[in-house]
Design a protein. Sequence first.
Length: 213
Amino acid sequence: MDQTPESAPAPPRRPAWPGPPQMLGGRVAPALGTRSGRIPKDLPEWERPSLWATLKGLLVTQGNFFKHLWSRDRLDKPTIQYPEQRRAYSLRFRGIHQLTKRPDGSLKCVACFMCATACPAECITIEAGEYPDKRIEKYPVRFDIDMLRCVMCGLCVDACPEEAIVMTGDYEMAAFTREETVYPISLLADRPQLASTPPGYRPRYEPGPALVR
Ligand code: SF4
Ligand code: SF4
C-alpha cells in the first residue's frame, strides 16, 4: 500500500555535532605541518619571522621611499593642479551621458527602452510619448538617468539602435541634493558643459571633435 506523507516514517534525526576535532578531550591539537602550531615546518629559513627579517623589510621600504622621493621620473610627472589643469582622457572615457539630436534639433531617441532594458543598474527611467501620426516613431516625454546608481558601464550606448545616447568626457557630477543627481532630458541633452566637453565612449562614431552634439 502506498504511504501518504502523513503515514511515511520520519527521517532519522541527524546526530548532534560533536564540535571541532581539536577541541575533543579539552585540549587543542597543533595544526598539521607546524612546529609550534604557527610556523610551517617546511617554511624556508629566509621566510621565517625574525628581528633580522623585520629590519630587512624596513630597509627595503626606506630604500624605495627615498628612491621615488628624488627620482627624475617623479619630477617629470608632477601633480595635476585640478581644476585649473585637467588630464586628457581617452576617447573611450565613460563620462556623463549625452542625448544626441537630429539636424532639426529634435532628440534622436525613439523611446524604445532598449537602453533601460540593458542597464544593469536599472537607473534609466523613460516615459514614451506618441505623435498623432502613428507612422512616426515615439519620443521620450521623460528620460532620466540616476547618476548615483549608474556604474558608467556604457551598455546603454551599446544597446541603443539609434545612436541617440552616447557618453562624454564630462565627469563632474557633484551635487548638493539627491534630486540633483537624477539627470533629466534638459541636462542630458542641453547642459552647458557639453560645449567644452571632450567626447567619450561612442563606439559607432569616428573619434574626433566633429561629432553630433
Ligand atoms: S552606463 Fe551602464 S549603468 Fe549607467 S545608465 Fe548606461 S547602462 Fe545604466
Ligand atoms: S536612448 Fe536609444 S535605446 Fe534608449 S530609448 Fe532612446 S532610442 Fe531607445
